[in-house]
Design a protein around this ligand. Structure first.
Ligand code: GN1
Ligand code: MG
Length: 372
C-alpha cells in the first residue's frame, strides 16, 4: 500500500500534508509524515517493518511498549535531578486502537513519535559529539540494567552471536554461485582469507558468556551513530532510536557497535578504503561519556572484554555484509549488486585498523576518567 494511504490509518489529528522517506536504514523503510490542522502541525515516523528480517513484528511492538514504559517511568522519577530531558520514541496507535497496521499485502506498518528538534548523524561531527553519543548509550544501558533481560522477547534469534554468522557464511561460501565469485574476483578471495585468519577470534565473547565471565543483559542491538539523536539547540544527546533489536544479549556488542560506527570518520558507505581508520580521539571522547553512567554497572570482567568487543563487532558486521553479498543480497537493502561487498571491505579495513591500534585503544579504555 502507498505510504500516504497507510499514514491515514494512524490516530493523529488533522490531515496528512506530506510524507517522505527519511533516515538511512538498511532493513526497514522509514517515512516522515506531517499532519496539519488549521492551527497546528504534528509529525510522526511511519515504518514498514521488513518481514524477511523480523518474522514476528508483533513482538517488536510488545517489546517496544515494555521497554519504553520502563524507561519513561525511571526517567520521570529522576527528572528533577537530570541535566536534560531524555527522550524515547513512543508508539502512535492506529485509529482502530491497534499498535500497528497490516495492509492488504500483509506488510506490517507502525507509527512512532518523532524526537523533534534533534538530529542524528551518519558521521562524527566532533569530539563533543562523540562524548554525547557515549552518554546516550551509557544512559540507555543504565536505564535497562534494572530490567529482567528475559522480560523482552528475542525478535531476532542469533542476532549478534558471531559464531552463528560464521556458520551461515560457511554454508553460503560452498554454494556454486559463491564459488564462481571466488574464482573470478581477487577481492572476494582476499576477504575470504581475512575471515579465515580470524575464525577462532569469532568465539571470544560467546566463550566468555559460557564461562560465566559475562552475563546476558538487555541490549539495544543497533546503537550505531545514526541512531543517537542530538538536541539541535543544546548539542547534547537526547535519545536513542530504532529499538527493534532490543533483546537479551551482551552489552559488549552495543559498546563495540557504537564505537565502530562512530570512529570511522568516512562512514560505512565510503568508496575510499584508504581513508578508513579507527580514530582514537573520538574513541576517547565516547568512552569518557559512556563511563559517566556505565561506571555504575560495568564489572571488572566486563571491562576485560571491551577491546575485543570493538574488534569483534566490526569483524561480525563485515562478515554479515560479505555473507549477504555471496548469497545474492537477500538481507541488507542495496542500490547496486556490489554494495555489500564494498561495505564488507570497509568493515574489514576498519577491523585491521582496530587491530593495529590495539595498544592505544586498550590504553584509552583503561585510563578514561568518567566526567560528571
Ligand atoms: C542494519 O537497518 P539499520 O540500518 O537500522 C542492521 C544492523 C547493522 C546496520 C549497519 C536488524 O541496521 O545490525 O549494524 O544495518 N540491522 C539489522 O548499518 O540487521
Ligand atoms: Mg536498526
Amino acid at each position: 500500500m502507498k505510504p500516504a494511504r497507510v499514514a491515514e490509518q494512524f490516530d493523529v489529528a488533522g490531515q496528512l500534508a506530506s510524507i517522505r522517506p527519511t533516515g538511512s536504514g538498511n532493513v526497514n523503510d522509514t517515512y516522515l509524515a506531517v499532519f496539519r490542522t488549521h492551527f497546528s502541525e504534528e509529525r510522526i515516523i511511519i515504518q514498514r517493518i521488513n518481514g524477511h528480517v523480523f518474522a514476528q513484528p508483533e513482538w517488536i511492538m510488545e517489546n517496544l511498549s515494555i521497554l519504553t514504559t520502563h524507561c519513561h517511568k525511571q526517567l520521570q522519577a529522576e527528572s528533577s535531578s537530570a541535566d536534560r530531558i531524555w527522550q524515547l520514541p513512543r508508539i502512535v496507535p492506529c485509529r482502530n486502537g491497534q499498535d500497528f497496521f497490516k495492509d492488504e499485502n500483509g506488510d506490517f506498518w507502525r507509527g512512532l513519535t518523532l524526537i523533534a528538534s534533534a538530529k542524528s548523524y551518519d558521521i562524527a561531527q566532533s569530539a563533543e559529539h562523540a562524548y554525547e553519543v557515549g552518554t546516550v548509550l551509557g544512559q540507555f544501558h543504565r536505564l535497562v540494567s534494572t530490567m529482567n533481560p528475559l522480560s523482552l522477547r528475542d525478535t531476532l534469534p542469533g542476532f549478534h552471536e558471531t559464531p552463528g554468522y560464521l556458520e551461515k557464511y560457511d554454508e553460503v561460501v560452498k554454494s556454486p554461485d559463491a564459488e564462481d565469485l571466488g574464482r573470478s574476483s581477487l577481492e572476494v578471495r582476499n576477504l575470504q582469507r581475512f575471515v579465515e585468519d580470524r575464525r577462532e577470534f569469532a568465539y571470544v565473547l560467546q566463550n566468555a558468556l559460557e564461562a560465566g565471565e559475562l552475563n546476558l543483559r538487555l541490549i539495544h542491538g543497533d546503537p550505531k551513530i545514526s541512531n543517537i539523536m542530538i538536541d539541535d539547540d543544546t548539542g547534547k544527546g537526547t535519545s536513542i532510536i530504532d529499538l527493534d533489536t532490543a533483546k537479551p544479549g551482551l552489552i559488549h556488542y552495543d559498546f563495540g557497535d557504537a564505537l565502530r560506527s562512530l570512529c570511522n570518520k568516512v562512514g560505512e558507505e565510503t568508496n575510499d578504503l584508504g581513508k578508513v581508520a579507527f580514530d582514537l580521539d573520538l574513541c576517547e571522547a565516547f568512552v569518557r561519556g559512556y563511563m559517566v553512567f556505565a561506571k555504575d554497572f560495568l564489572t571488572a570482567n566486563d571491562k576485560k572484554y571491551l577491546y575485543d568487543s570493538i574488534r569483534l563487532i566490526t569483524f561480525e558486521l563485515g562478515l554479515r555484509f560479505f555473507q549477504d553479498y555471496l548469497a545474492g543480497n537477500l538481507y541488507f537493502k542495496v542500490k547496486s549488486p556490489e554494495q555489500n561487498l564494498q561495505r564488507a571491505q570497509v568493515q574489514f579495513r576498519l577491523c585491521e585498523s582496530i587491530e593495529t591500534r590495539k595498544r592505544q585503544i586498550k590504553e584509552v579504555l583503561e585510563t578514561a576518567p568518567a566526567d560528571s
